[in-house]
Design a binder for this molecule. Structure first.
Ligand code: G3P
Length: 294
């Protein structure tokens, strides 16, 4: 059991209620959960149906997603469950919003995930006006995070932005710097956007997220189990984050940019190739579960 709870809220990054239950028993609590199309495609029940030769219709996929989220929701705390809309590179904000509005009714504390793209931000802007909680995902740049801030200003509920650490590390850039830079930039803001450290792969990422005072961190079950097995270490005064890749190569620092949060969100450069690739991967994983005609 984790007795010394960090200030950073801890979420399970996964799509299997059984796993969430196991982690909850291990830690004694869990603040929330994030899901996405890739994680839902890996859900054991969906995988079982695919192994038996049954591909899903779009309606069956949606029903399965709803069932998974409804099983997870009672297990977690007030950080809620993040549910991702199905969006490809051509999806319009209105389509995403329509999905988001429906998904938001599935459970009491839903956060609707939209990608950090022009259309995703437009959907988020409309959502917060309707008091729908949002989580802007696939964030890979400080400019995207500035746009999230500007597009959701006035939201009554905290808005989440999810910088993806591990995927930046994968291409030799120090993903933790993105979290550090966003936190620094938001110091001058009104606090309505909370940083949700995501794509966490290691205990090192997790401890550094605590140190940077990320409001939330979403962590795969495997990494939480490793953290538990190590006795839930916390970063002490001597903790120094090692910005290295798994081969021990130094990661390239990401410089801080001076950005004005008062600018209109459309003025920020939203383009990032990892956001595009991330959407393509989600679409491919989602489609892998569907009937071929779908
Ligand atoms: O929370 C984001 C996460 O699901 C992506 O993680 O390991 O696929 O980069 P990863």
């Amino acid at each position: 059991m984790l007795t010394n709870r960090p200030k950073t809220k801890l979420l399970v990054d996964g799509g299997d209620p059984e796993e969430t239950l196991r982690i909850k028993s291990l830690m004694g609590f869990i603040d929330g959960q994030t899901t996405n199309p890739s994680l839902i495609a890996k859900n054991p029940e969906i995988q079982g149906r695919l192994a038996a030769g049954h591909r899903l219709s779009e309606q069956e996929e949606k029903d399965a997603y709803k069932k998974i989220v409804q099983s997870i929701s009672p297990l977690v705390g007030d950080a809620g469950v993040s549910i991702e809309v199905f969006a490809d590179l051509n999806s319009r904000a209105e389509e995403m919003l329509a999905q988001g509005q429906e998904m938001f009714t599935w459970i009491p504390h839903a956060y609707i995930k939209y990608p950090c793209t022009h259309e995703g931000l437009r959907a988020a802007e409309m959502s917060v006006q309707k008091s729908i909680r949002v989580n802007l995902t696939l964030c890979f740049s400080q400019e995207q995070a500035a746009a999230v801030y500007a597009a959701t200003r006035g939201s009554r509920e905290p808005v989440y932005v999810s910088p993806f650490i591990g995927r930046l590390d994968d291409r030799g850039e120090d993903g933790m710097d993105l979290v550090r830079n966003i936190k620094k930039m938001y110091e001058r803001g009104d606090g309505h956007v909370h940083v949700l450290a995501a794509s966490i792969r290691t205990i090192n990422h997790l401890l550094c997220s605590f140190l940077l005072a990320a409001e939330l961190a979403t962590v795969p079950g495997k990494a939480l189990q490793e953290w538990a097995a190590a006795g839930f270490p916390m970063p002490d005064q001597d903790f120094k984050y090692k910005a290295i890749d798994p081969k021990g190569e130094a990661l390239k620092p990401i410089p801080y940019q001076e950005l004005d949060l008062d600018q209109p969100w459309e003025s920020f450069d939203l383009a990032h190739e990892l956001t595009t690739e991330g959407i393509q991967k989600f679409v491919a994983d989602y489609r892998s579960t569907l009937k071929r005609s779908a």
